[in-house]
Design a protein around this ligand. Sequence first.
Ligand SMILES: [Zn+2]
Length: 345
Amino acid sequence: MSQQWIPNDDFLRHTLNHPAGLSPCEFRLENGVTVQVWDTGVICFEPAAAGDKDIVLSCGVHGNETAPIEICAELVQDMLQQKLLPKQRTLVLIGNPAAINAGKREVEENLNRLFSGHHSKGAGLINDERKRALTLEQYVTRFYQQAPQGSRKRYLYDLHTAIRGSRFEKFAVYPFLHGKPWQKNQLEFLRACGVSTVLLMQTAASTFSYYASNTHGADAFTVELGKVRPFGQNDMSRFSEVRASLRALVADAPLATKDFAEADFQLYEVYRSIHKQTQDFKLHFADDVENFTTYPVGTLLATDGDTEYRVEKEGEALIFPNAKVAVGQRAMLMVVPRSVKGQLA
Ligand SMILES: [Zn+2]
């Protein structure tokens, strides 16, 4: 059931009232910004004289991760009400409205495992998350391709909150760049957002951020902003840096960045990925252990039938442990500190 968007309406509320789809519409604000709603949860702001950045901000790819949804909804409302003047082309995406309504991470399938064509693999477009992954890819493609000619910079920040607590409250996943250098200015931007822990991936992934990075050459990140909480229970003061930095980015205002110094960061790479091989897979630490927790070398982490997993390296830290995944899926990622000296652009 589609329905026309009313410009004075609340964008998030309107999105959640029409989780299955919205008719496209376009209108112009008095400040000259053209606003286009392309679909439910898909809104594009185009300044009359846009700067050289094409910025995609996404939230709600996991429906129960409310803080990023509140951050993006606030940004959209402030642009609609002309309290914030975007000077860069900006596309805001609310990833999975049906899952947000259900108060769940996903309705049927993890949306953030379906990008770069994974939506159409295997059984194909069999559920709404698979269809949404495909259309989100199409909207991102359209947004980047419709940009004015010339030398431009593409960005995508996919905002999340994690299921569990973290030793470092906020952290970002830097998708695999296939040998290209990591961007110093992006690490500086993340730090201005209050994110100084970064996991540097070395393999392709089915995430939204890897898709934007690999397919569109965007500087793209999955940004974990803290722990999952229900709507209204987020302490928004904990997100003041990311809110201010995103607003400055969109408005082309000065950013509170500091020159990169490796000592200001916790940089990690994946050491190994532990996959669940049997139904007997069991984690040997407390359920509520925080991401980036470390244990002494030799500590038993997990058992899987006859297989034992123990800490192998000094500083090896665990993230995203989940014994409940399906057999064959990743149950835990083990990461180790690394340096990027001489490898930044
Ligand atoms: Zn998430």
